[in-house]
Design a protein around this ligand. Structure first.
Ligand code: SF4
Length: 229
């Protein structure tokens, strides 16, 4: 499992994939990343401290991810990140959270005291597809409501059951409402959902121009950020 990497094409930054406590929701129908979660605080901190040692601060920007939300990292790990932010003069952080922690986002911004791009797993702006089919439990009703808390949606494309119309709408919303977004092309995993190869091909043909957009990061493989397995 690779836990440290550098993103060198867009929004250059260091990235660490940390270990966290079990995802509070844990029921998204497409997810199998929660296998990386642990209930042992000691184990989590030991692994995380070792990974965090690798941060050099060379880009002044750091992204921290775990298989869940940043609120599922132990206090000791969060304090260690803060120490590193100060020590390595990090000026911007990327963090991620599920919608259920929306009321804690402000506190986390205050804790770090530097600009944070808060990512959220939206997957799709189609309410039913997101909450029923993908079982995301992110029940915001409007884009404005989402933007009160979060900066950058993570989207999913290429799942059997998703339509071209949904993807067109999603990309349109992302481009016109957010300064940063991530689009994940679905890769088959151990969940019951399946990739729609025809839909993925259509998406790549139609939207490959997004590769030139500095604010939208399209991940064609789960490991495109250089972390994971
Ligand atoms: S919130 Fe994230 S980690 Fe938790 S089940 Fe959903 S996709 Fe998986």
């Amino acid at each position: 499992m690779e836990r440290y990497s550098e993103i060198t094409n867009k929004n250059q930054r260091e990235i660490v994939l940390l270990k966290g406590f079990p995802c509070a929701w844990g029921k998204c129908s497409f997810c199998d990343y929660i296998l990386d979660n642990s209930t042992s605080k000691e184990e989590i901190n030991e692994i995380n401290f070792e990974v965090l040692e690798k941060i050099s601060g060379k880009y002044k920007v750091l992204e921290v991810i775990n298989s869940g939300s940043c609120f599922e990292l132990p206090k000791e790990t969060l304090e260690k990140i803060k120490e590193i932010v100060v020590e390595k003069k990090i000026e911007k952080l990327f963090l991620e959270s599920h919608w259920c922690y929306k009321n804690k986002v402000k506190k986390m911004r205050e804790f770090f005291g530097i600009p944070i791009i808060f990512k959220i797993g939206v997957e799709s702006f189609d309410y039913e597809f997101r909450n029923e089919f993908l079982n995301k439990n992110a029940k915001f009703k409007t884009i404005e409501e989402l933007k009160e808390y979060f900066d950058s949606p993570c989207m999913m494309v290429g799942i059997k059951g998703q339509t071209k119309e949904m993807i067109d709408k999603d990309i349109d919303i992302v481009i016109n409402n957010f300064t940063h977004a991530t689009i994940n092309v679905f890769i088959n995993n151990s969940s019951k959902l399946k990739r729609d190869d025809e839909l993925v091909k259509w998406f790549i043909d139609k939207y490959n121009y997004l590769d030139q957009n500095p604010n939208i990061e399209v991940l064609y493989n789960n490991t495109d950020f250089g972390v994971g397995e």
